[in-house]
Every structure is written in C-alpha cells, then in structure tokens.
Ligand binder design. Structure first.
Ligand code: PMP
Length: 389
C-alpha cells in the first residue's frame, strides 16, 4: 500500500474506566437495570415496522405519564433543552410576547432562547425559594395578554415545585397558551396535563424516568395544535412539531421520515415507560414523596435547614439544603464524591453559594439511598468542620 500522509495522526485513547458514583445530584440519576439492558437491543432503521411499533408504544406510555388524551405527543431527539426550544419556537413567533414566570435558573434559559427567536419577553418574578400565586400570574396575564406563559413545574436549581392548578384556566381566560417545563418533576410528582389545561409540556429522561438523556418527550394540547396549524412563522426544521408529528404518526395516517431517531434511546425510553407503567404513577409519586420526606427528616436531625421554607413548595425529587455558616458548597460536594462516591451538586445560577442540590429520583428514590446520602452528609459535616469554621 502506498503511504498516505495524514495531517492528523491517530490519537491514543487511554482506558477511562472508573467506579461509577451514585448519582444523587439534580440529574442525571442512575438508570434502571432493565433500561441498561434495553440500550443494548439491536439498532434498526427508523422506517421499518419494528421501529413503528416502538414509536406507538412510546406515544401510548407518554399519554399516560403526561395524563393527556391529546394526539400531539412524541419524543424529540435531544435533551431537555431541546424540549424547551421546541415548545417555545413552535408556539410563539417573532414579535409575539412570551411571559416568563421567573424563579430559578431554567426560566433564564427560556428567556435566552426566546430572545434568539425574536420573541418579545416579559417577566414576573418571585424570590428563588418561593412559588407563584394565582393572583400574581393573573395580574400579569391581564396586563400583558401574552401569546404564551412559560413556567417551570419542578425547579432543580431551587428545589421548588409550582402549584399549577388553576393556571391553565387563567391562561385560557386571557387568550394565552400555557407552556410548562416538567424535566425534573414528571413521574416524580403528580402532573395532569388535560385536567390542568396545559397547552405544551416537555420533560427529559435522565431524571425521575431513570434513563439516559437525549430523547425528550413533549405533548401539545388541541389549542396548541390549532396555533401550530395556523401560525405564520416557521420554527427550525429539526424541531418543527408539524413535521415531527407526521414521523410519529400522531394522527394515525402518516409514517414519514423526518430524521434518524436513535434506536437505543427509543428502546430505553420505552423501557423507562414500562417501569412506570409496572409501578403505576400514583405509586411512583408516593414513593418519591416518602423517600424525600424521610431524607428531609434526616437532614433536620443534623440541624440543617432546607432552602425552601414552605413544605408545600418543596419538590419531591430534588432537595435543596442550606449548610451552616463557614462551609463551602463546592468543597462539600467534592468531599462527598471523594469520600463516599456520591455525586451531589452545589447551587447553579442564583443559588450558587446558597444551597446543596440533592436528587433522590427514579431508581434512587429509596429509603436506603436516602439514608446513605444522609449518612454521608453527616460524615462530611464533621470532616469539614475544622477546616471551614
Ligand atoms: N429544566 C429543568 C428543570 C432541568 O432540571 C434541566 C436539567 N437539569 C433542564 C431543563 C435542561 O435539561 P437538559 O440538561 O436535559 O437539556
């Protein structure tokens, strides 16, 4: 063979084996063993019967977890951010107004995205460890009559859960579409898309679903679909729900190629849904509540405070904990990893230097894991006391 001169030589890829930590941050969390197995199933073409049946199964499972009878239900190629882009850019066009309910970090992301699409943005704010009242939201809706309201259900940056009951009715009264982020809440806490009159919702698979990231479920109400069918703006091709719903056969008459979906991720999502179906939603919600309440009790016994003062505002998937004065949040999280191989995170955005973020979700939502994390927190408090106080 004649020698070919390469401008870039082959790199040496060293062995990167490691001992997997227990994933108890705000996500990703550990994966169900059955989902790990599903990830090894054969990779197949997106345009064959085996694949079509998987898409149908996933849509049926997603209707259950979103609690919706709407047809426009599918999963996107992409992580939670993809879902956020999709609900925003399919429903709000350039020059239209998006009202963003601003509490934690994720609404900042929504604002940033909306601005890139030329959308007018307005905000209404609460302190980061509190949630919105219906009155506050109604005042803003009445004043601005925006095209859509964006609100986060469970916020992994603050550990809050927003009560959504009644918000949909308000939005309908003022001609506004309701867009909701359930990335870190779905399956872990109660959510009812149809009953709560939600128009667009997205989630992700690496949180309470206990799967890998990269495929994000979304659902759109009939009101939202009406907007999609009558809008004058064009969303990005890759995220166009009009096209994606044809690929996913949402209305029962189309099997159209749009892009190549990832087979392993489809198998994985189907298996995540199978796990929820086996357990049932009410049992999954009850398990998450019981585990997190147990963890909160353990934390209080260590004389630590929770970041969110009102019990009804506390998210049952991610808990935010305030350390005594003198401790460093980053150092604390690093020590938990080094000494106990448990991964937790300090704050993000506005919550940096104010809280630890501890996720007990999906397969990790058990009393055993909660106790292991609480024991490690107790040990870390003692170990770091001298150096930090
Ligand atoms: N929304 C919330 C509430 C989240 O917790 C996250 C991820 N931590 C996202 C959106 C973004 O999701 P992803 O990282 O999967 O893109």
């Amino acid at each position: 063979m004649t020698e070919i001169k390469l401008t870039v030589q082959a790199p040496t890829l060293v062995n990167r084996d490691f001992v997997k930590p227990t994933l108890c941050g705000p996500g990703p969390c550990d994966v169900w063993p059955s989902v790990n197995e599903a990830l090894t199933k054969p990779v197949i073409s997106p345009i064959c019967d085996e694949h079509f049946y998987v898409l149908d199964d996933i849509r049926a499972g997603l209707k259950y977890v979103f609690q919706t009878n709407c047809d426009t239900v599918l999963a996107l190629s992409g992580s939670g951010h993809g879902g956020m882009e999709t609900v925003i850019n399919n429903l709000v066009g350039p020059g239209e107004t998006l009202l963003v309910a601003k509490g934690g970090f994720w609404c900042e992301r929504a604002l940033e995205m909306a601005k890139r699409y030329g959308i007018n943005t307005i905000t209404t704010t609460v302190p980061m460890n509190e949630t919105f009242s219906l009155q506050q939201l109604e005042n803003e809706l009445r004043k601005h009559r925006p095209t859509a309201l964006f609100i986060v259900h469970g916020d992994s940056s603050t550990g809050t859960v927003q009560n959504l009951k009644g918000v949909g009715e308000l939005c309908q009264r003022y001609g506004t579409l309701l867009l909701v982020d359930t990335v870190v809440s779905l399956v872990g806490v109660p959510f009812f898309m149809d009953d709560w009159k939600i128009d667009a919702v997205y989630t992700s698979t690496q949180k309470a679903f206990s799967g890998p990231a990269g495929i994000s479920p979304v659902a759109f109400s009939d009101r939202a679909l009406n907007k999609i069918n009558n809008r004058t703006h064009q969303p990005p091709f890759y995220f166009d729900v009009k096209l994606l719903s044809q690929q996913w056969n949402c209305y029962g008459s189309t099997r159209v190629y749009h892009h190549t979906l990832s087979s392993p991720l489809l198998w994985a999502l189907r298996q995540c849904l199978q796990e929820v179906i086996k357990e049932t939603l009410p049992r999954s919600w009850a398990r998450h509540a019981a585990t997190t309440k147990h963890f909160l009790k353990r934390v209080e016994q260590l004389s630590l405070k929770t970041f969110v003062p009102k019990p009804e505002d506390r998210l049952m998937t991610v808990t935010t904990v305030v350390l005594p004065k003198g401790y460093d949040y980053l150092q604390f999280s690093k020590y938990m990893r080094e000494k106990y191989n448990i991964l937790i995170f300090p704050g993000i955005g506005q919550t940096v230097g104010k809280t630890l973020r501890i996720g007990l979700m999906g397969v990790n939502s058990t009393i055993q894991v909660a106790d292991a994390v609480a024991d490690a927190v107790a040990g870390t408090l003692i170990a770091l006391k001298k150096s930090s106080l």
